[in-house]
Write a protein that binds this ligand. Structure first.
Ligand code: MF3
Ligand code: CO
Length: 248
C-alpha cells in the first residue's frame, strides 16, 4: 500500500536527509588514493552520532556496516572492508541512509578518483543527470512504469544499460516501503504516483551489460562482465509542482 506523508513527517525526513547530505558532502574530501573503505564507514558513524541519528543500513538484514562503498564493477551494497583500498582511476559509489526521529532518508553518489577515460566520465555524468531529470519528470498521477521507461530510455541513448534486479523504493518509517521504483518499465503501467509520496529514485547504470551477480559475502552486487557501473540516489517528496529533494 502506498501512503502519502503528512507535512510533519516530511519535516522529520528533511532532518534525516540533511545528515545524509552532510556526510555525502564531507566524504568527497576523504575519497583519495590510499584511503581504505572503513574510513568512510567511520566518517558516516561520526557524523550521524554527532547529529543524533542512526545509520539505517547497520544491521538491516544483518548488513554489517553503516554505509555501502562499491568500487568499479561493484554496482551496489559493497561492504566497506578495511582491505578495500581506493586507488587512482577508481569509480567509488557511496550509499548512505539515516534514521532520525523515526524517519529514514537515503542517498548515494558516485565519485571519480583522479584521471579516468572519457567513457567513464560520461557514465558518471549521465547517471547523475538521469537522477535529476527523473526527479523533474515525475508528477502526481503518473505511474511508476512511466518513470522506469524514462530512466531506461535515457540510459540507452548513451549506449548504457540499467540494472534490473535492484530498484528504488518508497521510504519513511521504514527504509523500504511501497512502491518499488524500477529503473525500467512500460509507460502507463505500474503503481500510480500521488502527491506527498516519499520515494528514493536510484538509477544504477552500467557501461556494459547490466547482468549482475552477488559475491560470496552475500551483499556485494557486481556486473558479471566486470564493466563499470555508477549509482546516484536521492530521497524526494512528490509535489504538485516541483518535487522536493529531502537529501540536501
Ligand atoms: N540504498 C540502498 C537501498 O535502498 C541501500 C541498502 S543497503 C542495506 O536498498 F544494507 F541496507 F541493505
Ligand atoms: Co535506497
Amino acid at each position: 500500500m502506498i501512503i502519502p506523508k503528512t507535512e510533519a513527517e516530511i519535516k522529520k525526513m528533511k532532518k534525516s536527509g540533511k545528515i545524509v547530505a552532510e556526510f555525502l558532502e564531507k566524504v568527497e574530501k576523504l575519497i583519495k588514493p590510499g584511503i581504505s573503505a572503513d574510513k568512510i564507514d567511520a566518517l558516516a558513524w561520526e557524523i550521524t552520532r554527532k547529529r543524533g541519528g542512526h545509520p539505517s543500513f547497520y544491521k538491516y538484514q544483518n548488513y554489517p556496516a553503516s554505509v555501502c562503498v562499491s568500487i568499479n564493477k561493484e554496482v551496489i551494497h559493497g561492504i566497506p572492508y578495511k582491505e578495500k583500498v581506493i586507488k587512482e582511476g577508481d569509480l567509488v559509489s557511496v550509499d548512505f541512509g539515516v534514521i532520525y526521529d523515526g524517519y529514514h532518508a537515503d542517498a548515494a553518489k558516485t565519485f571519480i578518483v583522479g584521471d579516468v577515460d572519457e567513457k567513464t566520465k560520461l557514465l558518471v555524468e549521465v547517471t547523475e543527470k538521469i537522477l535529476y531529470e527523473a526527479i523533474n519528470y515525475l508528477k502526481p498521477n503518473m505511474r511508476t512504469g512511466d518513470l522506469g521507461s524514462f530512466i531506461e530510455n535515457y540510459a540507452k541513448q548513451y549506449g548504457f544499460s540499467v540494472v534490473k534486479e535492484f530498484c528504488g523504493h518508497g521510504i519513511g518509517r521504514k527504509l523500504h516501503e511501497d512502491p518499488p521504483i524500477l529503473n525500467y518499465g512500460v509507460e502507463g503501467k505500474g503503481v500510480k504516483i500521488i502527491e506527498n509520496l516519499t520515494i528514493c529514485i536510484e538509477p544504477m547504470i552500467c557501461a556494459g551489460s547490466s547482468d549482475v551477480q552477488i559475491l560470496e559475502d552475500g551483499w556485494t552486487v557486481v556486473t558479471k562482465d566486470g564493466s563499470l557501473s555508477a549509482h546516484f540516489e536521492h530521497t524526494i517528496v512528490v509535489r504538485n509542482g516541483e518535487n522536493e529533494i529531502l537529501t540536501i
